[in-house]
Design a binder for this molecule. Structure first.
Ligand code: UGA
Length: 458
């Protein structure tokens, strides 16, 4: 564990997290590691029992270690008793999921339920309690949905007996622990000065050495900051994927080279310009659609954000079209898929590009064989026996007619042209994440195509 994760002495704040998904669990573990007394609450009893044993139900680097340390130091406990979670703490974060409805708008049922549960538990508590919404919610939700539910069920007034904040989360899956200890900024939307001050104090104790910039505003701005940030990052990705699609059709072009020079312009910046098969996960696709839906509800049609979504919807099929152009009819052809999770270092397959690609290949009657270092169990729940599963990359590509790199796990970067030449029926590789050197692959006799690489590249 790195030195910057040393334990700190906070101001004795006791914190609870309602909802132990990615954000709630990582935050619980990190706060307990910093010495806060933390209670993690979830309605899922099995999850609570698993966590009490120090086992973590998600794949997230460093998380299980922190959970075990928190439990051992008696700083971290888990419960499905909401009363206990509220009475043992002074500050409660709502960290439940906000999934999409069919039409792209946000389903607030978990947020409403959490506010109701917290409100009911607070009814018999006499001391001041600060409630913070951390889940991503459409602008207006904290004020118009959470506040009235909390007040109704607790019989108390927000801004007097209760504090209320909206505090968006910016951590990334796969780097969640690191991001929690080193965020770029902290945004606090608050009902009043007292709530804002309390939350700022909490974060100052959590980051005692170097507190990140803290930005204080009202609820709606804080809610919008979260959506605008995710939509902007998604825009960068769809934009560069569009340039990649242009590069493929331009003799001699390579999006990787184009981006290398673009990045040198500080105004453009160097992040989130990796062209690929599109963005996936439980956040970008959902949040982009939610912002479109929110905007439309105001009578404004968001043209750029709509285009970002559209580009991303079809980007995964670029790989399938490349396969078709290289091997013709896909029916009966063995296609190896390397990488299933929506990005490396996670077993999360929600919104994963791999699912769209596999579905399309099955529609074309291809024989699909897949491998991923950790995400196979989750993909098995979706595709069951419709596809074949391998226990290594080399087993997956054995006798394949075509290999598609879908997720850029490090272990795939280590594969050499010779691995494909020796194992595949014909060495045909589609690099959907730009992890290989095209020259090296082509020189060694691999038929090679990559996102953003001119189809005439030699
Ligand atoms: C994203 C944001 O980065 C976090 O700041 C935010 O807190 C989170 O959503 C959320 O709202 O909860 P995450 O979904 O974990 O985090 O993953 P990212 O690392 O942002 O990647 C998202 C997708 O974009 C992945 O499928 C990735 O492969 C793709 N991507 C990313 C690209 O295709 N190109 C890039 O240059 C970067």
């Amino acid at each position: 564990m790195s030195h910057d994760l040393e334990i700190r002495t906070p101001n004795n704040e006791r914190v609870s997290f309602f909802g132990l998904g990615h954000v709630g669990l990582v935050s619980s573990a990190c706060f307990s590691y910093r010495g806060f007394k933390v209670v993690g609450y979830d309605i899922d009893r099995d999850k609570i029992l698993t966590l009490r044993d120090g086992n973590v139900p998600i794949f997230e680097p460093k998380l299980e270690k922190l959970v075990k340390i928190g439990i051992k130091r008696s700083n971290l406990e888990f419960t499905n008793n909401s009363q206990e979670a509220i009475f043992k703490t002074d500050i409660t974060f709502i960290t439940v999921g906000t999934p999409s409805k069919q039409d792209g708008s946000v389903n607030l049922k978990y947020i409403k339920k959490a506010a109701e549960t917290i409100g009911n538990a607070l009814r018999s508590k006499n001391s001041y309690h600060l409630v913070i919404v951390k889940s991503t919610v459409p602008p207006g939700t904290t004020e118009n949905v959470v506040k009235p539910i909390l007040e109704y069920h607790s019989g108390k007034d927000c801004g007097e007996d209760l504090g209320l904040c909206f505090n968006p989360e910016f951590l990334r899956e796969g780097a969640a622990v690191k991001d929690t200890f080193h965020p770029d900024r902290i945004v606090i939307g608050a009902i009043d000065e007292k709530s804002s001050n309390l939350l700022e104090d909490l974060f100052r104790s959590f980051h005692p050495r170097k507190t990140p910039p803290i930005f204080r505003t009202n609820f709606v701005n804080a809610e919008l900051i979260k959506y605008a940030s995710n939509a902007f990052l998604a825009t960068k990705i769809s934009f560069i994927n569009e340039i990649a699609n242009i590069c493929e059709r331009t003799k001699g072009a390579d999006v990787k080279v184009v981006v290398e020079a673009m990045k040198l312009d500080k105004r453009i910046g160097k992040y989130f310009l990796n062209a690929g098969l599109g963005y996936g996960g439980s956040c970008f696709p959902k949040d982009v659609k939610a912002l479109i839906s929110f905007s439309k509800s105001l009578g404004y049609y968001p043209k750029i954000i709509k285009a970002v979504d559209r580009v991303n919807e079809i980007q995964p099929y670029v790989a399938v079209n490349m396969a078709k152009s290289l091997i013709g009819d896909l029916s009966g052809k063995k296609i190896a898929i390397l990488g299933l999770s929506f990005k490396p270092n996670t077993d999360d397959v929600r919104g994963a590009v791999s699912i769209k690609i596999i579905n399309k290949l099955l529609e074309e009657f291809a024989e699909v064989v897949v491998y991923d270092p950790v995400a196979i169990p989750k993909i098995k729940e979706i595709f069951e026996n419709k596809i074949k599963y391998s226990s290594s990359a080399t087993e997956c590509i054995k006798n394949a007619d075509c290999t598609i790199i879908v997720t850029e796990w490090n272990e795939f970067r280590k594969l050499k042209p010779d691995d494909f030449l020796r194992n595949m029926k014909t060495a045909i590789v589609i690099d959907g994440r730009r992890i290989y050197n095209p020259k090296e692959f082509i020189k060694n006799g691999v038929q090679f195509r990559a996102i953003g690489l001119s189809t005439t590249f030699k």
